[in-house]
Design a protein around this ligand. Structure first.
Ligand SMILES: Nc1ncnc2c1ncn2[C@@H]1O[C@H](COP(=O)(O)OP(=O)(O)OP(=O)(O)O)[C@@H](O)[C@H]1O
Ligand SMILES: [Mg+2]
Length: 282
């Protein structure tokens, strides 16, 4: 990662968001990052933007001493500080969330050293210079870090489960994103997590309830998910036969195929940009 992307292109940002806690955002963000690192040779970065309670590093068995707060507090630009602040696990470069929730306002709130800077935006931009894939794990809120992550995501994964309260919130979030914030609907992908394999109709029911297509399902596999969280060995590594692994693998392959397709098109049209800087949506 130290050398950055030598061809000068910017990395592709994939944002994992959810309308409610516990829907499997971190599980997807972590496993997708590892799958991308295994499936293709270019650098992958995972930024934990769940600033209050993020545990992405722990999911990767990283007991890391530095975090995003060190990048924000340093007088040096992120290009220098991220180099030493990030850890590495399973081929993924990881920028952990702060160790304690009380310092989160220094990154995105009223504790910012410079209130006019969007530190999260600067950090994402730097990660895009260094990695081909930048996966963003988020908290379930609409504060600056999450809003910035939503702006950069291409695509944005909106995780939901099939439970009524979660569906209600997912519907509200879809409404805010598409109606009020005018995000491109094609850039939003609803993923149904914790999906019981016996319940084959669930995706259709959920899509009907949300009036929005379900792009992929991540099956329920409690033992694999719990083991992964407790051991710090991601499901895609420790449980290759879990249905979660199969689903994440499929999502990673779909993303890679999309980017390859876009690169072919942009080569044909003479453009070098994988993703134009700071564009919203498609
Ligand atoms: N597909 C799955 N099947 C079964 N359990 C799962 C699955 N995905 C995640 N879990 C479990 O659900 C819990 C929440 O998962 P995770 O931490 O990934 O969600 P989250 O949306 O990031 O939560 P938070 O909002 O707290 O950050 C964890 O105990 C995890 O092991
Ligand atoms: Mg999480």
């Amino acid at each position: 990662m130290a050398d950055g992307l030598l061809d000068g292109r910017r990395g592709r940002v994939v944002t994992v968001f959810g309308a409610k806690g516990g829907v499997g955002k971190t599980t997807l963000a972590v496993n997708l990052s590892v799958a991308l690192a295994k499936l293709q040779p270019e650098p992958v970065a995972l930024l934990d933007l769940d600033l209050e309670l993020g545990v992405a590093a722990l999911f990767l068995g990283l007991e890391h001493k530095t975090s995003i707060i060190d990048v924000v507090r340093s007088p040096d630009p992120p290009a220098i500080t991220m180099e030493w602040a990030m850890g590495e696990a399973y081929g993924v470069r990881v920028l952990p969330a702060p160790p304690n929730p009380d310092v989160a306002p220094e990154v995105e709130g009223d504790g910012k050293i410079d209130p006019n800077r969007n530190y999260v935006e600067e950090i994402i931009e730097e990660a895009r210079r260094q990695a081909r894939w930048v996966v963003l794990d988020t908290g379930s809120n609409f504060r600056e870090a999450a809003m910035t992550a939503l702006d950069f995501g291409r695509p944005v994964f909106l995780l939901t489960t099939g439970e009524v309260p979660t569906l209600r919130n997912t519907g509200r979030v879809l409404d805010v994103l598409t109606t009020q914030l005018r995000y491109d609907e094609n850039n939003l992908r609803v993923i149904l997590s914790h999906c019981l394999q016996a319940d084959r109709q669930k995706a259709q029911v959920v899509a009907g309830a949300l009036d929005f297509p379900v792009w992929r399902e991540i099956p329920y596999d409690g033992p694999a998910a719990v083991e992964a969280a407790n051991t710090g060995v991601p499901v895609v590594v420790g449980r290759p036969r879990s249905p979660i692994t199969k689903a994440v693998w499929d999502i990673a392959q779909a993303l890679i195929a999309e980017v390859e397709e876009e690169n072919k098109e942009s080569m044909a049209s003479g453009s070098k940009a994988v993703q134009a800087p700071k564009e919203r949506g498609g």
